[in-house]
Design a protein around this ligand. Structure first.
Ligand SMILES: Nc1ncnc2c1ncn2[C@@H]1O[C@H](COP(=O)(O)OP(=O)(O)OP(=O)(O)O)[C@@H](O)[C@H]1O
Ligand SMILES: [Mg+2]
Length: 257
């Protein structure tokens, strides 16, 4: 079974065809990148998978189940988590609390348990806290746990957003430009964290990014979009050499790949 199967997806905004009869599949356990020039439709694909945009046609199956038409919370419960192109964290909360918010989406102990602090409440709370510490460790934020989130560097805020997304224990993680604006050292950390996550957490990752140092080095498979249509697909080395990709995306400048 595939982690994602998208068939003939079409998304229109008024007269604009943002995604045009797009089909693709992501294998379970892969890091699969979706790349393409600005405005190609990458974020629109992520937004439709997470139920944010109404679509004009097609089908999106996640782990075999149709999710088109489901609400964002239902899709989240189906095991899908994401980060946003513009980082979204709770700036006033601590780093640790930001991750806990993510796991509260997953675990429920009911109002009674919370009010009377039942053993179940403490059990769930304890395991969420342990989990949050693990996730902060994976993304390299252990030492920043008690800091106010807005005081972190931009790169660390992006890492925090990933940890929070993971706290909902997704099977499928959608990342929208996690490397944008990161420094070279931070990019190496990101690559390492994503490879570790895939290995240890049986996670499938759909990655949208313009940063080739990430895309080309950690992707199992790459799909290239241009004007809402798929123009190429394959292993990094194949896509890197593809003529149409170079024309559309890399401006025929081999150095950028
Ligand atoms: N909510 C919206 N309303 C109207 N048009 C939209 C909306 N969202 C996206 N678009 C348009 O759809 C097209 C695809 O946009 P999208 O944001 O998916 O591109 P992208 O590949 O993520 O680009 P970038 O690399 O710049 O983030 C663009 O022409 C964009 O202007
Ligand atoms: Mg985008």
């Amino acid at each position: 079974m595939k982690a994602i199967e998208i068939s003939n997806l079409t998304v229109r905004f008024g007269g604009l065809l943002a995604v045009d009869d797009f089909s693709f599949e992501v294998r379970k356990g892969d890091i699969h990148s979706l790349i393409g020039p600005n405005g190609a439709g990458k974020t629109t694909v992520i937004n439709t998978i997470t139920g944010l945009y109404p679509v004009s046609g097609g089908s999106i199956r996640v782990a075999g189940k149709e999710v088109l038409g489901s609400s964002p919370p239902a899709i989240s419960r189906a095991g899908v988590a994401r980060t946003f192109q513009n980082t979204e964290i709770f700036g006033e909360m601590s780093v640790f609390e930001n991750v806990l918010v993510g796991s509260h989406c997953r675990h429920e102990y009911g109002l009674t348990a919370a009010m009377f602090r039942t053993p179940k409440y403490w059990r769930v709370e304890r395991s969420m806290r342990e989990k949050a510490r693990d996730l902060l460790d994976i993304v390299g934020l252990s030492a920043d746990s008690d800091k106010i989130a807005s005081s972190l560097s931009f790169g660390k805020q992006r890492a925090l957003e990933i940890a929070r997304a993971l706290a909902s224990e997704p099977k499928l993680l959608l990342l929208d430009e996690p490397a944008a604006g990161l420094r070279s050292g931070e990019i190496s950390h990101l690559n390492e964290a994503l490879l570790n996550l895939r290995k240890q957490h049986e996670l499938t990752i759909l990655l949208v990014d313009h940063v080739m140092k990430v895309v080309m080095s950690i992707s199992d498979e790459i799909t290239v979009l241009n004007f809402g249509r798929k123009i190429a697909e394959g292993k990094p080395d194949v896509v890197r050499m593809d003529k149409e990709v170079r024309r559309a995306y890399l401006g025929d400048n081999p150095d950028r790949a």
